[in-house]
Write a protein that binds this ligand. Structure first.
Ligand code: KG4
Ligand code: ZN
Length: 338
């Protein structure tokens, strides 16, 4: 059988990424991070689309080179159609369309949130793939969802955030503490040296399998403001403990909802995906859940947690096997459901 080479292109937010996979094995996964946003405390859409425009050609060229092939070997081109920032999506979408037209090969549109979940089907030595049905907690800078995955393309959202995403909760808390964007990884780093029980933050009361993080953020803001009035050096003196306590609270919220999801569905195969699944505490807690609750957990490799094109390429491969191609009239969509 002829090997299938898929080029994946991701440009939904602030990372420009391209990846080549051969069947379900990653050959290259090039990510150009846009550092420009860190000084603004968040992603500036206009700057993001311009940076994509600059990065996309070299990133795609590198991905093809690193895979040891030429563009003539490609079987199809998969790209992120949405959800994401419109100006960013348009760069990847237009580029993918042009390249597919030029090479006269199929074009495949990919839903970014489905791709985070399907990154679990990248073949990687020693990593087990989740069997259907499984539950996926998708946690990123833009989304927080509990998804029941019945097969590769049949997914049902059982619960989601009613306000901020969990990544935003990390990033906004970090901003309050004066840490740079994106603050999630920095909170994780400081939390490793702190006491998670040092400070208590109230967990939100929200029904069923839904999430809410805006109240927590406000609670953290008021707490910090109050403490700083008493002691101007409060943050510097307690940074590790504050980070550990915030992270502990957020991970408790996520674990509580996962436990509810298991109770409701009876499904004990639990996966995590998305940028926040890089968090060391959620990874550790899931591993403990194998022992304590008899769950089987699926934790992605670090490089497939935050935005990357390998997840777009694997989704493209699975769609390719189904002959599920898109027409060149396909357009980017800022809002797109799983
Ligand atoms: O999936 P992703 O790269 O982009 C979106 O689709 O949103 O997720 C980015 C989010 C950011 O909010 C970032 O702070 C968070 O993932 N993140 C983390 C960690 N690494 C990335 N949050 C907590 N702990 C981490 N180690
Ligand atoms: Zn993402």
């Amino acid at each position: 059988k002829k090997p299938v080479y898929i080029l994946g292109i991701e440009s939904s937010c602030d990372d420009t990424s391209a990846s080549v996979i051969c069947n379900n094995k990653v050959q290259s996964n090039v990510v150009a991070n846009q550092v420009i946003h860190s000084k603004y405390g968040g992603v500036v859409p206009e700057l993001a689309s311009r940076a994509h425009q600059q990065n996309i050609v070299p990133v795609v060229q590198q991905a093809i080179e690193q895979a040891g092939i030429t563009k003539e070997n490609l079987s199809a081109i998969a790209f992120t159609r949405g959800p994401g920032l419109m100006g960013s999506l348009l760069v990847g979408t237009s580029f993918a369309k042009s390249l597919a037209l030029g090479l006269q090969i199929p074009l495949i549109d990919v839903n970014h949130m489905q791709a985070h979940i399907l990154s679990h089907f990248i073949e990687d030595d020693g990593k087990k793939m989740p069997p259907f049905p499984f539950i996926c907690l998708t946690i990123s800078g833009g989304h927080t969802q509990i998804v029941k995955v019945t097969n590769h393309f049949e997914m049902e959202v059982l619960g989601e955030t009613i306000d901020d995403a969990v990544g935003e909760a990390f990033d906004k808390s970090a901003k309050i503490l004066g840490l740079k964007y994106p603050g999630g990884p920095l909170i994780d780093k400081h939390a490793k040296l702190g006491n998670p029980k040092a400070f208590q933050f109230t967990k939100p009361k929200v029904g069923d399998l839904d999430f809410s993080f805006s109240g927590l953020k406000t609670g953290i803001l008021y707490f910090i403001q109050k403490q700083v009035r008493i002691n101007p050096n409060f943050i510097e003196e307690n940074l590790n403990d504050i980070c550990a306590s915030i992270q502990y609270t957020i991970v408790e919220i996520l674990m509580d909802k996962l436990k509810n999801a298991v109770k409701q569905t009876g499904i004990k195969h639990i996966a995590i995906a998305g940028g926040v699944s890089a968090n060391s505490e959620i990874r550790a807690r899931l591993q403990l859940a194998e022992k304590h609750f008899g769950w089987t957990t699926y934790i992605p490799k670090f490089e497939y947690t935050t935005d990357n094109a390998a997840m777009i390429a694997i989704t493209g491969y699975l769609k390719y096997l189904n002959n599920d191609y898109s027409d060149v009239s396909v357009t980017a969509k800022a809002r797109l459901k799983v």
